[in-house]
Design a protein. Sequence first.
Length: 191
Amino acid sequence: MSNIGREVRLVMLGESSVGKTSLLYRYMSDCFYENPASTITASFYKKRIIDQNIPTNLQLWDTAGQEKFQSITPLYYRNADIIFIVFSVDSTISFEKAMHTIEEVRSHKNQPNIILLGNKLDLENKVKEQAESFSAITCYPLFWVSALSGSGVQEAFQQAIQDVNRKHKEVKRQNILVKEVDEKVSKKLCC
């Protein structure tokens, strides 16, 4: 097993006050971060994990949700492997803005794994049917989570990492197949 590990870039996107910072804090320390200050531009965290004997170095990016920082947000998700699009279950506006964010992300060249996180599960869920319908139509995974209680948080991160590792294995397998085909063609073209 390699000590270096694979680098995986995970970016949190969503409106201000949907709980992106609290979710990251819950994932990193298994504690609730009460009243975090608004993120200005972005914050960066690292966490090393082992998934199926694969060392993975997570780069966790917490982006600002305020409108005035939206123009620089694409810089953070440009090379992302995973994007968590976070909305608050008690806010139809945050859900609608999350749908807009998905369109924005999809318009860029790289296509990271997109996962929807409906946060603040401890509050009244006003977007349950809309979110589940959207998830079913688009095939984007949806997790109902609570930074306050921790419900669903570890599972969402684990699933995201497993999906990226599975995708990486598939790309690696395809590259090996292409290399084998290239070598066979090359041998046939030789004397």
